[in-house]
Design a protein around this ligand. Sequence first.
Ligand code: ADP
Length: 484
Amino acid sequence: MNVCFVTSECVPYVKTGGLADVAGALPAALSRLDPDIRVKMFLPLYDRIPVFDHGFVHADDLGELSVTLGDDVVPYHVWYGHLPGSDVEVYLVDCPRFFHRGTLYTDHADEARRFVLLQRAAFDIMQRYAWSPDIVHANDWQTALMPAMLRHAYGWDDRFRHTRSVLSIHNLAYQGLTDPHYTWEAGLPAERALPGGAYHHDGAFSCLRAGLVEADQITTVSPTYAAEIQGPHLGCRLDGVLSARRDVLTGILNGVDTAHWNPRTDVHLAARYDAADLSGKAICRTALLEEFSLSAPPDVPVVGIVSRLAEQKGFDLLVPDLEEVLRTRDVRFIALGSGAPWLEGFFRGLAALFPDKVGLFVGYDEGLSHRIEAGADAFLMPSHYEPCGLNQMYSMLYGTLPVVHHTGGLADTVTDLHEHPGRGTGFSFHDARPEVVTATLHRMLDTFQEKDIWRAAMRRAMQQDFSWDRAAASYVQVYRRASN
Ligand code: ADP
């Protein structure tokens, strides 16, 4: 089976969120699962990707190529390499005019056009190599036009006659709303993006909606999120389309890339450990506290946060009460994140007010995210919604009990310790209200004093199977359904 996997980000090259983790792990897991699955991945060459460090070579056999976007002939080059430790082939689309913008995503007027170029280039490269994929696997709005292009822009090409499409939604809230004019450049029927058309949404051409109506199969990253997005609360006004297509919509929980996230082997940690011997975790905890010039006796819990500071993540729920919690309870908070200035300001304010209790790093730091997962006792994720969420899974594998809102992938992965005493792996709350989050924090802090209960939960959490092999097998089933 040939799979064309198209994505706007991928670990280890470039990452802003969970999509990059999926792109870095799923294609490799697919080819591990079945050597007959051959994956070619297509990704933009952003200015921040050091091609030579990652072993890419210029595809001299292709030379300079171009895509015609309306009246504009856009030249590009291709770099070729392999995803580390796998035989997944990676093609980087090198077009500085479109992809050298300092950041992956922009608010520039041509944002959608940048990704139209990526998608047209992916088809172009497949044609030049005379490669026929069985499946085109698109991800989020940036590549959601692939299914529509397959039908309309490239429907004439016999090479794609048997190709079917899968669209994965990693976050429904980002929809790629743009000018209907771009249908022309993408080779799609213009009327579909106009009012009343299938691609029209919120007064614009919605790249994501186009994918949702045209893909043969749709997946999203957890079973609970798959159900939630069919309703008005989390459906982002696409719930009608999604429930109409529920027969082809599957929720598949993301896996964890244990090559990077495994406390037994993690190179970022002061010590390594596992469920049988937790002594290394105590060393990680001390090292983490020292890194932030904090100290805490063993009976004072350390609560970690690693997150984009976006509205979605629910930190607004902490605003009314967290100061009081810090004033009245013996606890340490260590937070890593960046994003909305007002949320950064909120955490900076707490760090200034409680210098002995709060450690904060505003920014993005891969190594520190590992050290927090290992060094903390509990991990806070009060997300309003969470398609899958990775950090709660990392936390559990690192013996760090998550405190989460019972939504999306958080609901599918974290079992509340008091609702299910013999099975619990963390703490969850159903109502996303500040007083409920605060009560759950108090419940966690109290439970931390019950050492036997806490330790048993840690061990259960660490022994769970979040492997990509399980997820990859489910994707293969989806590919087969798309092909039937
Ligand atoms: P989302 O994709 O919505 O951001 P996920 O939990 O699915 O949320 O994935 C977030 C990923 O990004 C995780 O791997 C997490 O460790 C990482 N991450 C988020 N913020 C930071 C940060 N400031 N520094 C390092 N890693 C971060």
